[in-house]
Design a protein around this ligand. Structure first.
Ligand SMILES: [Zn+2]
Length: 1177
């Protein structure tokens, strides 16, 4: 047999390794050979490895030629392309001879255990799985299978198969699936063999069809029978059985079978037994495996129902409470919590309809005909992060696919969407171009500002718009504000000199309650408590509110809007998230199911049914809620436990979704008691509430005591997917809960809670009035006009700001009329109130006496539409207008009757283009709910092409890099701004946003969306702080300041300006040293606790299976593995060899000597090759 060939033991091992190494794909650059038992291989010269590979081929073909027809072995093994590995594999699946098969298995095991996973993947690519499967089929098909061979085959198959995604398909191909099931059936009494079979079954189930096939052949029954109660020994077999059962459940058909046969109840019972029995926590792995198995079984509705019916929630709740007591059992808590969340039966929101409580008849559409609103039902809520719809799941490739990669569509300018003649209607919106400034010559006093006009609501303009709206929209103007306030108000001083307190404001909130009309409540209030809030006048606010038209005719003002807000004095750090907040909240949620009798479940507020909050049924110890005021949107409040309330938000008008913004009033509280509030119908899949953001709170009592602040408030804040689903769709995805706890400082206060600092349409109107009143009309050209009327008949204001010319000299007028235009817009998304505060900062600054502002007015004409969606803001919408459209998706072809504000803002821009006055800058202010800081989105052809991987040679494209100037300047001067969050990419999905349309159609190079965080900053001097209105307004000011850099060569410098603007104008030259960022990147690390529950799964690491497989190999098939293993370790220590962590022991029971020696061929023996397989003898 031996033909005189001899190999020293040092040769054979490197032989195979070096052979493999000579294959490029296998060479492992990280140097993980440090763990290899043969480190010198790295230095094996190429020629040597060639020699060795030849030798191996020779050796194999020679040694095996006896058992194989020579021709076949030569053909299959020594083709020039065969690598050593292929030779081994070929031999393995063809061998019938025990010795050589064992040898090959041994070599393979050595090979695979020495390297990294990459080596196994290489083996898979060379047909390793198929070879092992064939070996399995061949060996198992004999009448009395040889388990000395089978066990190592099964062990290798488990290891390799675990890393081969197609192992199931491959197994089906060679009919190995039923073979393994048969083997298992024959060996249910032999724990070691059973375990080996179970592991292989488990890896086969990585293919769903294989799992189904196994299930159809009753594998579930066989495997389940092996999942023994805790009294049994052979725990590794039990663990293997649970894992295999879980793997079988990757097939939904098997899940149905399992639920139908009562296996879920069985698993729960076993889990309980193990839990009870395992008080020392020695079998955590098994208990975890049970939970994993239950997770798989509850993938389908039937499984979840079975778990609940079989008392699973109760069991999990009880067991997890005891797990909480021991640190050792901590690892069981999270899977249990996730399982409870997942199986918690879905409950439709307690509403009669998902549709908004407010509806509005749209022009050309009959009332009551709802647009199909697929958002809720199509399986994915719209994620409306800000400018854009972001798909949370989109990975990098989706993002790149979304990038515009066609140079043509990036550079072509589409035709206008309307005839040029129509643009003449906008001429009157450019008074600065026609105004003759005669008043500059006359000494007449500036026109008296028109408070009267606003207060009385009788100006021509107002009357006109009022009438128009009534005709158009059938919304009757709520012109009764002042009366409502005064008639409902009490005069505190009249009833017994009692001090007015917060409670008095409650009286506004119950219109049913008749009050004595005692006149000047507001005046008294202001007289007694009025504090000075810059640029806010409560009287102006009331007057403005009286003009505001709404679907519901609001008759109540929210106190903070009317009274005004001052930013609090100190910084407000982001809230610390305590560990396991979510867990705690989920336990409380689960208790609702377990102890329903503890739940009050009483509606204490219903937007649609005012009788609720006035009814005597509402107990006095319950909080009172209210939201029927501008921007308010609480639909329903439900008393859950003594200090806990569920809150349901109203959908956007005419829609059945977009719940995220909230604003409501709460009163009747007890001081110093923590109240838990749950907003239970949020839609976004994550929120900054998980990352330090708090809602805002305003206390009337505090305001009256001189602290009129919206403050960040709330503890134990957390945001997670819950068990509520839309009213009409059990199949629809469930909602998210925002939960927070507020401890009110004052007894019987009236407080307001909101998603973010409210800023109503009436607030804008009164602010504009205040601004107009405050500017010096001889210096500042400030005009407020009506761009158009909204659907509800409100006027959409357009503001023009520039400097009046120093004289009427032709030169001055010419300079004025040739100033470049800057167009600013904001609040297209009503839930983004931060955008309004930023806009307020911009307006405030532009009208100020600051020298930079003066220069800006001299350098530019600013056209500002501060609120693109007044109707949405008024009605407390989060995303849409009254037409239920996202107005920032209407820019491509805005409908003049459904999206008038967009239609006419676009018209304004067309007009500017038509007179050759393309704006220098366009910016639309937004808020971003998922990111921190403030940043810009812009448009760049080159950056988009680079990022999209377009083959176009961008070097030949010319692009003005000036689109980055403002962002770079802001990065330097605005503390909240972060250049690193900016990007300048043009996405296809955003082709209809303001930014992209203004850039593409109007050719505005600097066309931006500015996104401001709801939360705070993670860089700069505001790092770790939540933003307040002060910071938002500062951002608006900074944005305007940055415009100065665009005109630094044109402005006239004076010393005052230079000293103020040095920082702004200090432009450096490194405009291109920042890279754009993928705007889909979440800037948050994964949340500490899983927000979703449906994707929860136990991580199944390959190493875990390896370790289990390795533990199944001792010299005998009897019990006593542990001693065996110990012995092995000792022996290795004796040999002075450190056992590599990854070192295999698949064949360790055979390899009592060092594995090298196992295969060594000693020349001393038998005049030739002697394969010293001691275990064979
Ligand atoms: Zn937005």
């Amino acid at each position: 047999m031996c033909r005189g060939l001899s190999f020293s033991s040092t040769v054979l091992k490197p032989l195979s390794l070096s052979q493999l190494q000579s294959d490029q794909s296998l060479s492992e650059k990280e140097g993980d050979y440090s763990n290899s038992p043969q480190p010198f291989i790295q230095h094996t010269p190429l020629s040597l490895s060639l020699f060795l590979s030849l030798s191996l081929s020779l050796f194999l073909s020679l040694s095996l030629s006896l058992s194989y027809p020579a021709a076949r072995s030569r053909a299959s093994m020594t083709t020039p392309s065969s690598s050593g590995l292929e030779v081994l594999l070929n031999t393995l699946q063809n061998a019938g001879d025990l010795e050589s098969t064992l040898n090959i298995l041994n070599v393979l095991d050595e090979l695979l255990s020495a390297g990294t996973d990459r080596r196994i993947h290489y083996m898979i690519s060379k047909g390793g799985s198929e070879a092992l499967l064939m070996a399995l089929v061949n060996t198992a098909s004999s009448y009395s299978p040889n388990y000395t061979l089978l066990l190592p085959i099964l062990h290798l198959l488990a290891k390799v198969g675990h890393r081969d995604r197609r192992i199931g398909v491959k197994a089906e191909k060679v009919d190995a699936v039923l073979v393994i099931l048969r083997l298992l059936r024959h060996n249910v009494k032999n724990s070691r063999r059973a375990a080996a079979c179970l592991w292989v079954i488990r890896v086969f189930c990585s293919s769903v069809s294989t799992a189904t096939l196994l299930g159809q052949n009753r594998a579930l029954d066989v495997v389940f029978d092996l999942i023994a109660p805790p009294t049994a020994t052979h725990t590794h077999t039990i663990k293997a059985a649970i894992d295999a059962f879980a793997a079988l459940l990757s097939s939904k058909e098997n899940c149905r079978t399992a639920a139908g046969k009562g296996y879920i109840a069985g698993l729960l019972k076993l889990y309980e037994d193990w839990h009870t029995h395992d008080s020392e926590h020695e079998h955590l792995q098994i208990r975890r495996a049970f939970l994993h198995c239950l997770h798989k079984a509850t993938k389908i509705c039937l499984g979840r129902t079975a778990l609940v019916t079989d008392g699973g929630i109760d069991l999990l709740y009880t067991t997890v409470q005891s797990c909480l007591l021991s640190k050792a059992a901590e690892s069981l808590v999270e899977p249990s919590v996730q399982l409870m969340r997942k199986c918690y039966p879905k409950i439709p929101l307690p509403l009669t309809s998902d549709h908004s409580a407010y509806s509005f008849p749209l022009p050309g559409r009959p009332l009551g005909v709802w647009e199909d609103d697929p958002g809720v039902y199509d399986g994915s809520f719209e994620d409306d992060s800000d400018e854009e719809q972001e798909n949370e799941e989109s990975d990098c490739r989706d993002f790149e696919d979304d990038l515009e990669s066609d140079v043509g569509s990036l550079t072509a300018r589409p035709e206008p969407d309307r005839p040029l003649e129509q643009l003449q209607q906008y001429t009157h919106l450019f008074p600065e171009l026609q105004h003759d400034f005669q008043d500059l010559e006359s000494d007449s006093e500036p026109e008296e500002s028109s408070d009267e006009e606003l207060l009385n609501g009788d100006s021509e303009e107002k009357t006109k718009s009022c009438r128009r709206s009534t005709e158009n929209s059938r919304v009757s103007p709520s012109c009764s504000y002042p009366e409502t306030l005064t008639s409902n108000g009490k005069n505190p001083d009249q009833d017994g000199r009692r001090c007015l307190n917060a409670r008095d404001f409650r009286s506004f909130s119950c219109p049913q309650t008749p009050e004595d009309g005692s006149g000047s409540m507001v005046e008294k209030l202001l007289e007694k408590y009025g504090s000075f809030i810059p640029h806010h006048d409560p009287r102006l606010y009331i007057a403005a509110a009286a003009q505001t038209k709404s679907v519901t005719d609001y008759s109540i003002l929210a106190f903070p809007d009317f009274w005004g807000h001052l930013p609090p004095l100190g910084p407000e750090p982001m809230a610390n998230r305590k560990p396991h907040v979510q867990r705690k909240k989920v336990f409380e949620d689960v208790q609702r199911l377990l102890c329903p009798e503890d739940i009050i479940n009483r509606v204490v507020f219903d937007m649609e049914d005012t009788s609720v909050q006035c009814s005597s049924d509402v107990p006095t110890d319950s909080l009172r809620f209210f939201s029927k005021f501008e921007s308010g949107n609480l639909r329903k409040a439900i008393h859950i436990r003594r200090y806990e309330y569920d809150l349901i938000l109203n959908a956007d008008v005419n829609s059945s979704s977009h719940h995220q913004w909230f604003y409501f009033e709460v009163s009747g509280m007890v001081a110093n008691v923590p109240y838990r509030f749950n907003v239970i119908n949020c839609e976004k899949s994550n929120s900054q509430f998980n990352y330090g953001m708090q809602p805002v709170l305003y206390s009337v009592r505090e305001a009256l005591e001189g602290r009129p602040h919206w403050v960040r408030a709330g503890t134990e804040i957390c945001y997670y997917r819950n068990h509520f689903c839309p009213n009409r769709g059990q199949r629809a995805p469930s909602f998210y809960t925002l939960t927070f706890t507020v401890t009110f400082r004052h007894e019987e206060d009236v407080c307001y809670l909101a998603y973010h600092y409210p800023y109503t349409f009436s607030a804008l109107q009164s602010h504009l009035k205040d601004l107009e009143r405050s500017v010096d009309p001889r210096k500042v050209f400030f005009r407020q006009q009506t761009l158009c009327n909204t659907l509800a008949g409100n006027s959409c204001p357009l503001i023009t700001i520039t400097a009046c010319p120093p004289s009427r000299a032709w030169r001055n007028l010419h300079q004025l009329r040739n100033r470049p235009y800057v167009v600013l817009t904001a609040r297209v998304h009503p839930g983004e109130s931060n955008a309004s505060w930023v806009m307020r900062g911009s307006l405030e600054f532009l009208c100020s006496n600051d020298p930079v502002a003066e220069s800006l007015r001299e350098a530019f004409i600013l056209k500002i539409v501060p609120m693109l969606n007044p109707d949405g803001v008024i009605h407390g919408n989060h995303r849409c207008s009254l037409s239920a459209d996202d107005l920032n998706r209407q820019w491509l072809k805005p409908n003049p009757s459904l999206s008038p504000t967009i239609y006419h803002t676009k018209g304004l821009l067309y007009y500017l283009n038509s007179i050759g006055r393309k704006p220098l800058v366009f910016c639309d202010y937004h808020g971003h709910s998922r990111k921190k800081n403030v940043f810009l989105y812009g448009c760049s052809v080159k950056e988009t092409l680079w990022q999209s991987g377009s083959p176009v040679n961008t070097a030949s494209l010319k692009e003005d890099p000036g689109y980055r100037t403002i962002a770079k300047t802001l990065d330097r001067i605005a503390p909240a701004f972060s250049f690193n969050s900016c990007n300048f990419l043009v996405e296809k999905s955003r082709a209809s946003t303001a930014r992209v349309v203004v850039w593409r159609e109007m050719g505005v190079l600097r066309s931006y969306t500015m996104e401001s965080t709801y939360n705070g900053c993670d860089q700069g001097i505001y790092k770790g702080l939540q933003t307040g209105t002060r910071e938002l307004e500062e951002m608006g000011q900074n944005f305007c300041q940055s415009l100065l850099t665009l005109r630094k060569n044109a402005i006239s410098y004076n010393s005052r300006l230079v000293s103020h603007a040095a920082a702004i104008l200090d432009l450096d030259n490194s405009l291109l040293d920042h890279k754009s960022h993928n705007c889909f990147e979440d800037d948050e690390p994964p949340c500490a606790e899983s927000i979703e529950y449906s994707c929860y799964s136990e991580p199944q690491r390959a190493e875990e299976l390896d370790a289990e497989v390795n533990g199944n190999t001792s010299s005998t098939e009897e019990e006593g593995e542990e001693e065996e293993e110990e012995e092995e370790v000792k022996e290795e220590l004796r040999n002075g060899r450190r056992r590599s962590q990854r070192k295999s022991s698949v064949l360790s029971h055979m390899c009592r000597q060092d594995s090298l020696e196992t295969l060594s061929m000693k020349s001393s023996a038998c005049n030739g090759i002697n394969i010293s397989n001691t275990y064979l003898s």
